[in-house]
Design a protein around this ligand. Structure first.
Ligand SMILES: Cc1cc2nc3c(=O)[nH]c(=O)nc-3n(C[C@H](O)[C@H](O)[C@H](O)COP(=O)(O)OP(=O)(O)OC[C@H]3O[C@@H](n4cnc5c(N)ncnc54)[C@H](O)[C@@H]3O)c2cc1C
Length: 282
């Protein structure tokens, strides 16, 4: 039961308040007030810490932890793939409440935002750190640190998700991004068999079975890198689908078996790659 709400004025005060038994940082409160959060007695409101900004900068777009999902959907400076992932929470009411910090604090297995952030190679800044952590390292660490902001390179990214209804729990999320090595100079250098100048080609293909497995599909990533370096054309759809199914050992749930998720992951990744090459998510 919630017995107290504290409203710190500084990050230091917020971190200090978190050391009290039963204290939790309050984002939009959709989880903390849902009756499913156990052992929470003190809410630490972050409303006075000015963490809701969304700004374009040299390293990409920086989004404060209190940025809402609707704020992300509306932010022209945010990567299109991240905006699309935020829009997958179908209810505008929920999008107006849910925050980026809450999404990362909870690390919900069926989050569509987290695969998008992984595909985009985002970095997460937490209180007390000078440098932001790569999102994969942030997710590997124990939860509990106060999330200040997330910086996301503005790159093409396409996200696809499977759920029985728009408001239902998700059973599968895939996110695909590829960048660098695709300019005319890189292509002609590659045709001449030379190393291209400029940004090296790289790619991320993330698949989540929404039951705890969230992984990079490195075989497909390698195909995409070859494509960006103009070494290979986009393979036939069937080849992409088969490669995804071979690499993704999805677990089943009440709504979708593991076999169905593997099948659909192949379909979605092939769709997403086609979307990327057609300019979707740019
Ligand atoms: C009715 C309902 C529908 C839902 N629908 C979806 C859905 O469609 N998709 C989905 O992914 N999830 C869904 N969820 C789960 C959950 O609401 C979300 O994952 C969500 O993003 C939580 O965001 P919030 O800002 O409301 O977080 P809160 O409830 O405020 O907090 C969630 C967790 O994050 C921590 N936290 C909050 N801010 C920070 C911060 N800055 N630093 C560190 N930790 C922090 C909190 O202490 C808490 O542990 C739903 C939940 C409910 C109750």
């Amino acid at each position: 039961m919630i017995v107290e709400v504290v409203r710190p004025e500084t990050v230091r005060e917020a971190v200090s308040a978190r050391s009290r038994p039963g204290a939790a940082y309050l984002g939009g409160g959709t989880w903390l007030n849902s009756g499913r959060a156990e052992g929470v007695a003190i809410l630490i409101s972050l409303e006075r810490l000015a963490l809701d900004g969304i700004e374009a900068g040299a390293g990409g777009c920086t989004l404060g932890a209190m940025a809402t999902l609707q704020g992300i959907v509306d932010a022209a400076e945010a990567p299109a793939g991240l905006r699309a992932a935020a829009a997958l929470t179908a209810s505008r009411t929920l999008r107006n409440m849910k925050t980026l910090g809450g999404e990362l604090g909870l690390r919900s297995a069926d989050s569509a935002i987290i695969p998008a952030l992984l595909a985009l190679d985002a970095a997460v800044l937490t209180a007390g750190r000078k440098r932001a952590l790569p999102i994969a390292d942030f997710l590997a660490a124990l939860p509990g640190d106060l999330i200040i902001s997330v910086t996301v390179p503005v790159r093409p990214c396409v996200v696809r998700a499977l759920s029985r209804t728009a408001h239902g729990t998700r059973s599968l999320v895939v996110a695909v991004s590829a960048w660098g090595g695709d300019d005319a100079a890189a292509r002609s250098a590659s045709r001449r068999g030379e190393e291209a100048d400029g940004q090296p080609a790289d790619a991320r293909v993330i698949a989540a079975d929404c039951r705890g497995l969230r992984m990079r599909l490195t075989d497909i990533e390698a195909l995409l890198v070859e494509l960006r370096r103009a070494i290979a054309p986009l393979p036939a759809r069937e080849r992409i689908e088969e490669a995804v199914r071979a690499e993704f050992p999805a677990g089943g749930d009440a709504h979708a078996s593991g076999a169905y998720k593997r099948y659909m992951a192949g379909v979605y990744v092939a769709d997403a790659l086609r979307g990327l090459t057609d300019g979707e998510g740019a």
